[in-house]
Design a protein. Structure first.
Length: 77
């Protein structure tokens, strides 16, 4: 990575999580991807399908705090 890119990364890591997420979205959107709209649609459908399955009781959930704690400890869910 170039020194300029390292400087950008250092600045980006100092942002709040929300600002970093917004930055990532804008960076990803800057790539010319002809399939972007289709892929976004497929991800939206997947998210809706999972929400529906959860609401029907077919899919369980865990508190985010538990998920992040397990990730930090390097354990799978």
């Amino acid at each position: 990575m170039s020194p300029q890119a390292e400087d950008v990364l250092t600045g980006a890591l100092a942002l709040s999580p929300k600002e970093r997420a917004e930055l990532v979205e804008r960076l990803l959107a800057s790539f010319e991807v002809s399939e972007r709209g289709r892929v976004d649609g497929l991800w939206a459908k997947e998210a809706e399908d999972r929400i529906d399955a959860y609401e029907r009781g077919e899919l369980g959930a865990r508190p985010a705090s538990e998920v992040f704690r397990r990730i930090r400890r390097g354990r799978s869910l």
